[in-house]
Design a protein around this ligand. Structure first.
Ligand code: KG4
Ligand code: ZN
Length: 353
C-alpha cells in the first residue's frame, strides 16, 4: 500500500445490509456492516420499507465505525463510492442521498457504481488486481449471471453478459427451499450447514437447462424454478406418505444440483472464450460446496478460481469502495451529483455517467 493510492469510502444499501467500507487502492482498511436481517426473518423475506428505515438509522453510526476501524478522518477520504443500483428503490435512495451529502460537504468526487460489478471487484481486496479478461459467475439473492469481464470499470463494454437465469436467482432458490424445509431466512447459510450432514447423491434432483435441446438455446443460461418445484413435490410426497423428511439429504442433494449446474456452465463459458480465470462473486459464492466443486473441476481444466472469503461475498461496503478505487485509479470521470438511484440498473452499466 502506498500513500498515493486513492483512499475511498464505499456505501452499500441495496438490500438489508448497511455497509460502509474504506479501502486504499486494493487494501481493505475497514468493512463495517449493520444488518436488519433479523427484522425481516419473521416475514420470510426482506420487507423494503423496514430495510429503508433501518438504513436511515444505521448509516451515521456505521460510517463512524468504519472511520474508527480504518483510523482515518472523513476529511482524508479522496472519493465517495455508492451503490446506485440495482436493488430496492427506497433502500438505494438512503445510500445515494448519504453519499451525496458526504461528497458535497467534503468537496470530494462521487462515483455511483453497480452493485453486481462491485461483487466482482471486491476480490481485488483479497487476491490483488483482477485478471482481465476473466469469467465472472455472479450468484446472489437477486441475480445469477455469467459475465465476460475485460474491464471491470465497464469501459468499452468491459462487462458483457454471456448468460443469466431465466427465472429464479440461485440465492432465491436456496431461500425458497430452506423455507419449505423449515429452515430460517435467509436460507443459504442454513442449507450449507445442514447439507454437511447429508448425502448429496441421495436424491437425483433435475439440473435445469442442461438437456441437449436446452443447450442449443440456453447454453450459458440458468433455471432454478423447476428444481425448486421438484424439491417441493418430493417433500410433499414424503409427508403424504406419513414418512419423515430427511432434511439433511434433501438439502445436500438440492445444493449439489445448484452447484453442479453453476460450475458446469461457468467452466463451459470460460473454455468457450479461452479464458483461464474464473471469479465467483455474490452471496451464494459463500457456499462451501460451490467453492469446493469449482476448485475441483477447474483444476482439471487448468482454470484458476478466485473466490473472496465468505464475509466479502455477501453484501458489504468494502466491495463498493473496491470498485470506486478502481474507477479512481483508472482515471474514470466521477458521476454527477444528481445521480439517480436505479432499482433495475443493468449489469453492463458499471458507473453512473
Ligand atoms: O449478494 P447477497 O448478499 O445479496 C444480494 O445482492 O442478493 O446474496 C444474498 C443471497 C441470499 O439468497 C442467501 O441465502 C445467499 O446469498 N447465501 C448463500 C450462502 N450465504 C448467503 N447461499 C448458499 N450458501 C451460502 N453459504
Ligand atoms: Zn449482493
Amino acid at each position: 500500500m502506498t500513500r498515493d493510492e486513492p483512499l475511498v469510502l464505499g456505501i452499500e444499501t441495496s438490500c438489508d445490509e448497511t455497509g460502509v467500507g474504506i479501502v486504499r487502492g486494493t487494501t481493505l482498511l475497514a468493512d463495517a456492516v449493520a444488518s436488519s436481517v433479523e427484522e425481516h426473518a419473521r416475514f420470510g423475506g426482506v420487507v423494503p420499507e423496514v430495510a429503508s428505515r433501518a438504513h436511515l438509522e444505521a448509516m451515521v453510526p456505521t460510517i463512524q465505525r468504519a472511520c474508527d476501524t480504518a483510523g482515518v478522518a472523513l476529511a482524508d477520504v479522496d472519493a465517495i463510492a455508492v451503490t446506485h443500483g440495482p436493488g430496492l428503490a427506497g433502500a438505494l435512495l438512503v445510500g445515494v442521498a448519504s453519499a451525496k451529502a458526504l461528497a458535497l460537504s467534503l468537496g470530494k468526487p462521487i462515483y455511483g457504481v453497480n452493485h453486481l460489478a462491485a461483487h466482482v471487484a471486491v476480490d481485488q481486496l483479497e487476491h490483488g488486481p483482477l485478471p482481465e479478461p476473466c469469467l465472472a459467475l455472479l450468484v446472489s439473492g437477486g441475480h445469477s449471471s455469467l459475465l465476460r469481464v475485460t474491464d471491470i470499470t465497464g469501459h468499452a463494454g468491459g462487462v458483457a453478459p454471456m448468460g443469466a437465469t431465466i427465472d429464479d436467482a440461485a440465492g432465491e432458490a436456496f431461500d425458497k427451499v430452506a423455507r419449505l424445509l423449515g429452515l430460517p431466512f435467509p436460507g443459504g447459510p442454513h442449507i450449507d450447514r445442514v447439507a454437511r450432514e447429508g448425502d448429496k447423491i441421495a436424491i437425483d434432483f433435475p439440473r435445469g437447462l442442461t438437456g441437449r435441446r436446452d443447450l442449443e438455446r440456453h447454453r450459458f443460461d440458468f433455471s432454478f424454478s423447476g428444481l425448486k418445484t421438484a424439491v417441493a413435490r418430493w417433500v410433499e410426497a414424503r409427508e403424504r406418505a406419513g414418512e419423515p423428511v430427511p432434511v439433511a439429504d434433501v438439502a445436500a442433494s438440492f445444493q449439489e444440483a445448484v452447484c453442479d449446474v453453476l460450475v458446469r456452465k461457468a467452466l463451459d463459458a470460460a473454455s468457450a472464450e479461452g479464458i483461464e480465470d474464473l471469479m465467483i462473486g455474490g452471496g451464494v459464492a459463500a457456499n462451501s460446496r460451490l467453492r469446493a466443486l469449482a476448485e475441483e473441476r477447474a483444476g482439471k481444466l487448468g482454470i484458476r478460481v478466485r473466490v473472496p472469503r465468505p464475509g466479502l461475498c455477501t453484501d458489504n461496503g468494502a466491495m463498493v469502495a473496491a470498485l470506486g478505487a478502481t474507477m479512481v485509479a483508472r482515471g474514470r470521470a466521477p458521476s454527477p451529483l444528481d445521480l439517480p438511484a436505479d432499482s433495475s440498473l443493468p449489469v453492463t452499466e458499471v458507473l453512473a455517467g
